[in-house]
Structures are given as structure tokens and as C-alpha cells.
Design a protein around this ligand. Structure first.
Ligand code: NIG
Ligand code: FE
Length: 385
């Protein structure tokens, strides 16, 4: 068994509530892929190998709890039209469905690898990946089987939109999703999700999908209140879901329900940036004691960024989260949104998934937007960049 000592850490964020904030002049020991010790560098125990990070900041790897990486093609023209006035609508998803159905398994896998490597270079060490651009039994199942090769956090999103061949029979499509499609997808998925929004699925349809998924052993999460007010957040709270995502248009009752049930509200500020929409009221959520996560929502339509540092910068600048709140939401919050306690922090026992920043402090993630500050990424204590 070999141990690794990371030393000369200028600022170490562990998210240990007893530490009272980041540690200065710190060190961290990795043993068997997990954090075995943290503390002042001058008190660090001996280890088999050591790595001097030169006074730089170290933070937990980002936990991106919401992405749609199983697709082919892009929608750059749609983005350009949006920037000159065409509003975003859920219907654009069908363009990507057509391209995804036409792609080979190899093309889908190559696109997934390209995007997960891009994420990793920007500090993401855990990523959730959804299906949702296949919308046939075969295309949803193959998307999840491919995604399963790169992450354990896979989500069945057959209820993304009603595909064109079911335009006149949305009820028939929900029957397909809750029946044969779920049957084929459940072996490759940990989560079940639905897009509860005008133009996609209503609350009763989303409830049916989530309940069917839960009966198959999947855990529920939901896209809700993205494009306007709606019943999705209340439904997520009623069902006791782990996370409800977007949360852009919330009523006071929605905020109360989230605070009471402990369902994590996942905010996706890259979407508001890329669709030129109002940002969610993160302050109302945080001040009410709601658990908040930040994630990328990386997808070819509403938000084609893979960058968690960008999401942190947007959360701070546009949503009035403090830099500490934004970093916590992008790490610990994402882990909570995935029901994980082994990632998103660097307390003893956690996975040694961490990022060495080319900066003296995590504050620079928001202070220096757009700058590639990720110098090195370790997963289970091993360099991956
Ligand atoms: O999370 N909201 C639904 N699904 C994606 C958008 C997908 C698309 O436009 O292709 C989202 O924003
Ligand atoms: Fe999404």
C-alpha cells in the first residue's frame, strides 16, 4: 500500500464543518484512493511519495449532477437565432433526437468521451449523464448502456419530450416510457427523471413516470419550473425526490416546500446565460435554508457549456451567491443531489478527488472568470489530466 502526501497547499478546502473554512499552509495524505489525513503541512505524517503543489489552492473535484451528454450533432444555428431574438422552446429537443437516432453507437460514445474529458480538464470528477435524445426503446437503452461505461450516475429521461411519432398520442408515449422503455433502460440507470414543463409533460404524467421508475428500483429527480411557474417543484417535494433541477420560476410556497422536505434545488445558471433568461433567485433559496447545488446541464440546446468554473462565476456574479456558497454548491451540493457522501468534500474517508488550482485561493474561480485555472485533477488520488 503506497501513500501520497500533497504538501505546500496554500489553501485547502475540505468542507469540514469543524475546520471553520479553508486551511492555510496545509497538507493532505491519500491512502487507497481516499483522504487519510488533512492538517497543517508542518505536522504532516511521512508518506511514500510526496507532491509539492507550490502554495496553490486545492478544492474538492466538482460534482456535476446534471448533464445531457448522450447526443449527436449540435444546434449552433438555433443558438445564433436565439441571440438575435428567437426565444428558447422545449421543441428544439426534437432536432437533437433526430440526429441522435441517426448516429452509430461509436459516434455517441466518442462524443461522450470528448465531453467527459473536456469536463475533467475543467475539474469535474463526478458527472451524472442523462438519456433523453433517443426516445425509442432501443435508442434510450443504448444511450444508457454507453453512458454506464463512464459513470455510475446515469439517468433515464425517456420523458424528455413527446417524440414526433407520438404527437397525436402523448398518453401512448407515457405508456411506452413507463412500460417497455423503462424495462429496457432500468438495468443501466440509477435515476429516473422527467421534464415537467409546458410543452413537455404535465404533473400527472411526470408522477406516473417517476412512480414507475421507483417501482423498478430507480431514484427520482425532476426537471421543473425552468421556463415558467409550474407544479414540478411541489411534485418533487411531495414525492420526496433527492433533487429537483432548474428551479428558475419559484413561488414562496415552492421555496417553503424545498426547505421543509430537504429536496436539493439544483440551479443551472449556464442555461439562463445561454438562453438569455432571468436567473433563479438563489438568495431566496439559501436564505430559507434550502440545499442548493450548481450543475452545468451541458446539452446541445439550452446550454452547451461543460464548465463548472463558469457556473460558479455566474452564480456569484449573477445570482448573488458568495464565492464560498458557490464552491460548496458545485461540490458538496452536487454530491447531495446525487445522494453521495463519498465525494464533494475532502474530509478523512472521502474519495481523493481533487483539483489543484493555478491560484492561491478558490476565490479566483469567480474572480477570474473564463481563465483556465485548473492545473491538475486527481481522481482517487491519481492524476487524470
Ligand atoms: O435541461 N429542460 C430540458 N432539457 C434540457 C434542454 C434540452 C435541449 O434543449 O436540447 C435542459 O435544459
Ligand atoms: Fe437538463
Amino acid at each position: 500500500m503506497t501513500t501520497l502526501l500533497l504538501t505546500n497547499i496554500g489553501e485547502l478546502t475540505t468542507h469540514d464543518p469543524d475546520a471553520g473554512g479553508p486551511l492555510r499552509d496545509a497538507a493532505l495524505v491519500v491512502e487507497r484512493g481516499a483522504v487519510a489525513w488533512t492538517g497543517p503541512a508542518r505536522q504532516a505524517p511521512a508518506a511514500d511519495t510526496s507532491y509539492d503543489v507550490g502554495g496553490r489552492a486545492v478544492v474538492p473535484g466538482f460534482v456535476d449532477s446534471h448533464s445531457h451528454l448522450m447526443f449527436a450533432g449540435d444546434r449552433a444555428e438555433e443558438f445564433a437565432a436565439r441571440m438575435t431574438g428567437t426565444p428558447y422552446s422545449a421543441g428544439g429537443i426534437r432536432t437533437t433526437v433526430a440526429a441522435t437516432r441517426a448516429a452509430t453507437d461509436e459516434q455517441l460514445a466518442a462524443n461522450l468521451t470528448r465531453l467527459t474529458e473536456e469536463m475533467r480538464r475543467q475539474g469535474t470528477t463526478t458527472v451524472e449523464v442523462k438519456s433523453g435524445y433517443g426516445l425509442t426503446v432501443r435508442d434510450e437503452a443504448r444511450a444508457l448502456a454507453i453512458a454506464r461505461q463512464v459513470t455510475a450516475e446515469t439517468t433515464f429521461l425517456g420523458a424528455h419530450v413527446v417524440p414526433p411519432e407520438y404527437a397525436d398520442d402523448p398518453g401512448g408515449y407515457v405508456d411506452l416510457v413507463t412500460g417497455p422503455m423503462l424495462e429496457a433502460c432500468a438495468p443501466y440507470a440509477r435515476w429516473v427523471d422527467a421534464f415537467c414543463e409546458t410543452g413537455a409533460f404535465d404533473a400527472d404524467q411526470a408522477r406516473a413516470v417517476l412512480r414507475a421508475g421507483e417501482a423498478k428500483g430507480l431514484r427520482g429527480r425532476l426537471h421543473a419550473n425552468q421556463l415558467g411557474p409550474g407544479p414540478g417543484v411541489q411534485l418533487a417535494c411531495e414525492l420526496g425526490l433527492t433533487a429537483v433541477d432548474h428551479c428558475t420560476y419559484l413561488s414562496a410556497e415552492d421555496v417553503d416546500a424545498l426547505a421543509t422536505t430537504g429536496t436539493t434545488a439544483t440551479l443551472l445558471p449556464g442555461v439562463e446565460f445561454s438562453t438569455r433568461s432571468p436567473y433563479p433567485d438563489a438568495r431566496a433559496l439559501l436564505d430559507a435554508g434550502v440545499q442548493v447545488a450548481l450543475a452545468s446541464d451541458c446539452n446541445p440546446g439550452s446550454c452547451y457549456t461543460s464548465s463548472m468554473p463558469l457556473c460558479i462565476a455566474l452564480a456569484v456574479r449573477e445570482m448573488r451567491m458568495s464565492p464560498a456558497e458557490a464552491l460548496a454548491a458545485a461540490t458538496l451540493g452536487g454530491a447531495r443531489a446525487l445522494g453521495r457522501d463519498d465525494v464533494g468534500h475532502l474530509r478523512v474517508g472521502a474519495a481523493a478527488d481533487l483539483v489543484v488550482l493555478d491560484a492561491p485561493s478558490y476565490l479566483h474561480l469567480a474572480y477570474r472568470p473564463g481563465v483556465p485555472l485548473v492545473r491538475e485533477v486527481l481522481v482517487a488520488g491519481r492524476p487524470v489530466t
